[in-house]
Design a protein around this ligand. Structure first.
Ligand code: MD6
Ligand code: FE
Length: 224
């Protein structure tokens, strides 16, 4: 289903409806808010550069011992980490041994407005995972299940190079849909879709004015 010019997707900077916005339903509880973050994209990328100066991007290691192809950092009270000991949330960045940088206002504003536009009013993120993909980087099919409360949605923001998002069902074997995500697109994801399997196909080479040859994804969660 596509609704053009939905008044629920407000322009982040002016507070006015964003004329280009459209909502595409992926499944019950999951939708793409096309270009919802576009008005804030430059501000978001600037904030990401500041955050990465305090908590650098790094290639985390999976519990199986493989370095991830994408580079990761976090902001917010809790940060998602993986190493040989497993997947979990930590208040302290294991690389810098300091708390993660706090959630910038522009991040918080975007995440809560997108969640509300997607039907999840009252979302209060305490964690933002920042993933940076270069050409060839991918994310294999997984569920997001390290958060305490699956009642809260996830809000996922794409910036820079486009990617193919794989959106499956509650079982790993469910055949996924392929959804192209472009800069400014926001996926909101909760309720009956909260534990759907999903992943990102290997990033195609390219250049984007905002991010050069990278795609950056922000995922906001209520983790604690
Ligand atoms: C990405 N996203 O888009 C990775 N997880 O780079 C995710 O893993 C994800 O987009 C949960 C909900 C939405 C997502
Ligand atoms: Fe995920």
């Amino acid at each position: 289903m596509i609704r053009r010019g939905d008044a629920a997707s407000g322009d982040l900077l002016s507070g006015l409806p964003h004329a280009g916005a459209a909502v595409e339903t992926l499944a019950d509880g999951a939708m793409v808010l096309r270009r919802f973050a576009e008005p804030a994209a430059e501000e978001l990328v600037k904030a990401i550069h500041r955050l990465a100066a305090a908590a650098p991007f790094r290639h985390m290691v999976t519990p199986g011992g493989h370095a991830m192809s994408l580079a990761t950092t976090n902001c917010g009270r809790l940060g998602w980490v993986t190493d040989r000991a497993g997947y979990r949330y930590e208040q302290i960045d294991p690389l810098t041994r300091r708390p993660w940088p706090s959630l910038p206002d522009v991040f918080h504003r975007l995440a809560t407005r997108a969640a509300a536009a997607g039907g999840f009013a009252g979302f209060e993120p305490d964690a933002c995972l920042i993933n940076r993909y270069e050409p060839g980087a991918r994310l294999s099919m997984h569920q997001d299940r390290n958060e305490r409360d699956f009642g809260a949605p996830i809000v996922s923001v794409s910036l820079g190079l486009p990617a193919v998002f794989l959106f499956g069902g509650a079982r790993r074997a469910d055949r996924p849909r392929r959804v192209r995500l472009e800069s400014g697109d926001v996926v909101v994801w909760g309720g009956p879709a909260r534990l759907a399997f999903h992943g990102i196909e290997p990033l195609a080479d390219g250049h984007h004015p905002l991010t050069g040859h990278h795609r950056i994804n922000l995922t906001f969660r209520k983790a604690g």
